[in-house]
Design a protein around this ligand. Structure first.
Ligand SMILES: [Zn+2]
Length: 364
């Protein structure tokens, strides 16, 4: 049996209208009623939201029946929903932009201490898509003049959050990065893509100058059928990402190995530094080096061109050269307690040469 939720410790949030006096006669507003109250789950936790209604305190005022309420309270969540807009948008983002599965989303929410069932997550995704669609006509309308002059270059992308499940297709105008159509299809058949995605874009009535998509054969057939003669190019980002995948994977493996090696060497150095005397002039310099090293280890890559492993390797070489310059000036070796760290720092290069990944990394 389902247990009733314990609401005794849920924090309350009261919302009042933004005005305190009657716009008609200027008399102060008095609290009149509670417009609504409900429990809402937001990314910051669960709250009891209470929207208070106020009206004019002068009985004979012609506006005394009007109840003023808080706009902010209405912006917390959708009417009838017990989830905040922030939760809905976050879930939509995870699902369609980061390609997360339902289970991953449930786990991510769990990490924020929000337990939301799969059923509820699906409902929220439905709400999210409805809102996304509802917002489009106004945005497209605001760019009407641009589209009339320049036409549209459209990009078509299908996302399949789970294998074999429904797919979300998004058609965007590539120059303005504006979503034109967002539609869930239960199959990626060419005729469905034509009818539900391309025809609505055609119906907007602007000149379609070109189409960009991945090399999917259904999309290609649909474009040929709906937009005959329209230039259709395979998306270069898709192609480059796919071509660069093996290199990216190898680079990632190299970065992981480098990180592990360097972190293991950094730990004793950090310990030595933390024991050094507070007024030690070398300590500050070496602490900076350690911080720079930690920073370099944290950097991430982005497929296909930003290779974090190679960047890290370069960064380590720069730091090694800098440390050597310090040693040449004679500063660091005279610092007796720093022997371990100096040893470790100059050891970085040796360990990289000794480890097999640095060689593959360089040859790549
Ligand atoms: Zn009044």
């Amino acid at each position: 049996m389902r247990k009733a939720k314990d609401n005794t410790r849920v924090p309350k949030r009261y919302y009042r209208p933004p005005i305190t006096t009657c716009p008609r006669c200027g008399a102060p507003l008095h609290r009149r009623s509670t417009v609504w109250r409900k429990y809402v789950i937001t990314l910051n936790g669960r709250f009891k939201i209470i929207s208070l209604g106020y009206s004019c305190s002068r009985v004979r005022c012609s506006q005394s029946k009007v109840v003023y309420r808080s706009l902010k309270a209405e912006q917390v969540s959708l009417k009838g929903s017990s989830f905040g807009f922030d939760v809905m948008v976050q879930i939509g983002w995870w699902r369609f932009w980061e390609h997360r599965t339902l289970d991953e989303i449930a786990a991510l929410l769990g990490a924020k201490r929000l337990s939301v069932s799969r059923r509820h997550i699906l409902n929220l995704i439905g709400d999210f898509l409805a809102l996304l669609r509802a917002a489009q006509p106004a945005k497209i309308e605001s760019q009407r003049a641009y589209f009339r002059r320049h036409g549209m270059v459209i990009s078509l992308d299908g996302m399949e959050p789970e294998q074999g499940n429904e797919m979300l297709f998004i058609v965007r105008e590539a120059n303005l990065d504006l979503t034109l159509v967002a539609e869930t299809l239960y199959s990626s058949r060419a005729d469905l893509i034509s009818r539900h995605l391309l025809e609505p874009v055609k119906a907007l009535g602007f000149r379609i100058r070109a189409v960009i998509s991945d090399a999917d054969s259904n999309i290609r057939r649909a474009v040929t059928a709906s937009l005959p003669g329209c230039p259709h190019q395979a998306c270069q980002v898709h192609c480059l990402c796919e071509a660069g995948q093996p290199i990216f994977e190898q680079d990632r493996a190299m970065k992981t190995d480098l990180r592990r090696d360097i972190r293991a060497k950094l730990r004793p150095v950090s310990r030595t530094l933390s024991r050094a005397a507070a007024d030690d002039p070398y300590c500050a310099v070496l602490t900076d080096y350690c911080e720079a090293l930690r920073d370099a280890l944290r950097a991430d890559g982005l497929s296909p061109f930003e290779l974090a492993g190679l960047n890290l390797y370069d960064e380590l070489e720069r730091m090694e050269a800098s440390l050597r310059r310090c040693q040449k000036k004679g500063g660091i070796p005279s610092w007796p307690s720093c022997w371990t760290s100096r040893h470790s720092a100059s050891d970085i290069r040796n360990s990289m040469i000794a480890s097999n990944i640095s060689e593959t990394g360089l040859s790549n």
